[in-house]
Design a protein around this ligand. Sequence first.
Ligand code: UGA
Length: 447
Amino acid sequence: MNVTMIGTGYVGLVSGVCFAELGWNVTCVDKLTSKIEALQRGEVPIYEPGLAALIESNRNTERLHFTTDMQRAVRSANVVFIAVGTPPDATGKADLQYVYAAAEGIAHALEDFTVVVTKSTVPVGTNHEVARILKRTNPNARFAVVSNPEFLREGTAIEDFMNPDRIVVGVEDEEAGTIIEKLYRPLTNRGFPLLRTDINTAEMIKYAANSFLANKIAFINEVADLCEKVGANVELVAKGMGMDERIGTRFLRPGPGFGGSCFPKDAAALAQLADSVGMDLRIVKTVIDYNLDRRARMAERVIHACGGSVAGKTIAILGLTFKANTDDMRESPSLSIIPQLLKAGAAIRAYDPEGMDNARPLLDSSVTYHTSAAEALTGTDAATIVTEWAEFKQMNWAAKKDTMRAPILVDLRNMFVPADMAALGMDYYSIGRAPALAKAHKLAKTA
Ligand code: UGA
């Protein structure tokens, strides 16, 4: 089967490469010549673990191609995926201009029966509009539209594609349904479930799933704050809650608030969709507001740990990206924490293993960037972990704290056991747990 993927962003590139890995002949299309030329040279525009190796091996077996020639790529395809961006507009509504432009482009090239699949995250009704555009642009075209939302997490996108919890296919045409089931057979043969629904339902599943996960995170974050006030340990609370199979342990990690290109955008788009039909989606709107407010309040924790003021102090920021194992800075909590600390008079020394190039244009020019966490920590009055990169865990904190002016660590990702850090001589502040102070630890030992 020939598969054409329109758009080589996160979703398009990962999905295209993975379909090639499943054995299909895949052509990835992008209108940006420089991007396609780079991919043809074997350069990968994003940081995603395992992606570069998979691109190389599938190019070597000639199952994976890159082109700017959309017409040609569509003409030879049995299945065409639309995987272009749907950025939010000022009201939170998904901007569908790229989806519709792709549909028009596809329509001109359609010859034999072709399945046109939307992978971009799009509000309910979009696939039916895509079908109308295809028909209007090319009245003789033989096609069927399918909604096939993605559930890939940045940083583990390949693993998520190859081991999906479920594959959702919204399809209302028998022939198209058979083709899509064949496309995913390498996965369904291995036992991964495929849920077939109508098109509107598939579109809704994606938004509802992302908004629910966002809700879960916001909930545990709020509980974490309450744990701090009443003297409970949120890590154990989350564990105890998660052991109930109805709740589940995943996506109950407290932190600085969710970020990234999906949860904030998709929750806003769902609320906007509800608004457009005269319904007020109160829970989702509360989650959005709570999360924005939470991200804005993270700097206060650092200021508090520094004794109420960071004026004239130097703070190390470890991790800039919205989560680990990505270079993506979109809606990252670091983008609210750093400006606030600067405003409060601090100097910032930053380090991120993959995100510094993307961070630089988004942050004040006074921020300095360092080649390692150890270097960023040198001479600082406090350090803050914003992103949970594994290397921060592996670092020799006992030795590194001696290079700091004050051994204060504010860990917004709960990477450590508080008592362990106090035993190393750190004053350790985390989320939803009591602070563990080096002095208190020494006193406890001598008592
Ligand atoms: C998310 C979904 O998890 C994917 O299923 C979906 O396909 C994707 O959006 C999308 O719509 O394209 P992603 O944004 O890449 O994936 O990353 P997540 O791992 O979901 O993390 C999102 C945010 O939530 C991050 O800021 C992360 O730090 C935060 N988070 C996640 C928590 O604070 N706690 C958790 O327990 C989990």
